[in-house]
Design a protein around this ligand. Sequence first.
Ligand SMILES: [Zn+2]
Length: 144
Amino acid sequence: MFQILRYIWASPNTLAGLLVVAVAICSGGQAQIRAGVIECHGGLVGRFLCLSFINAAAMNLGHVIVARDLRYLNACRKHELAHVKQAEQWGPLFGITYVMCGIVAALRGRRFFQDNWLEQQALKSGGEVDLRFHYQSERRAPRA
Ligand SMILES: [Zn+2]
């Protein structure tokens, strides 16, 4: 019962994620359902995440995880699932909350992603990630 409410609460972000999944599949990417989450990688979405101003290994949109490719997905899955739990808690406010936490970190002279409160919480809750793939944007490598 409560899990259904979590899906409903996160559904605005998940709907955006489903559009991303459609773009990925239509452009040669792949998708799968695993642990109650839709995972997709590759296609135009994979290339989008590689753009220098994005430079992300993976990200979540509600109950959707998107990644550059399968290797990045496997490396970042556990961490992104921690973000999915956050998306279930924050619902439609997750995106703006994430940005606000990054702005607060930056205003304190810290790093937008690495010192973002939601990133710290994801890491503390067991969402560790292969550091070769995570938080590397300041060093010109992908983040998750
Ligand atoms: Zn993260």
